[in-house]
Design a protein around this ligand. Sequence first.
Ligand code: HEM
Length: 135
Amino acid sequence: MGYRGDVYNIFLIAHVITAITAFGPLFVYPALRRAGETATLAKLHMRIVFPSLAVLWVLGMGLAGLSDGLIKVADLWISLSIVVWAILMVVSWFLIRPSIHGGGPRETSMLSAGIGITHLGLVVGLYLMVFTPGF
Ligand code: HEM
């Protein structure tokens, strides 16, 4: 048990797999966008990316909890990653979800903004996880 124990490492593997399912679909978005498949894109996002992000957070908090007090929510890299995560959840719901039934130019431009922010969130999230600033 504890930091780098078996349970911790299993949580870490699950966290990384969930990061892959949360961000993997992003690589298909440009092709879907070019094909005008905005509703398919929004559905993929809400069915795979959104729930994956929810699980990603739960497992991340689990890791902090299992770390024997070594990793705290108040740590810069953890608190910033929670902020990034919260932004991605809000962006998913309010900018991407409205395109689920297609929609007009307004929905499509919200979708584009949402996708851009999500890509940025992935890069910032990975930076925080790997460089762990302040740790
Ligand atoms: C925002 C998107 C996120 C991505 C892409 C992501 C990805 C990753 C990756 C790839 C690792 C493995 C890195 C390593 O161990 O060197 C990792 C570790 C970890 N993540 Fe995340 N994560 C994200 C969000 C979060 C959140 C929101 C939390 C906390 C609530 C969190 C907590 C942790 C912890 C505690 C570790 C373990 C670090 C270690 O033991 O070295 N992550 N994450």
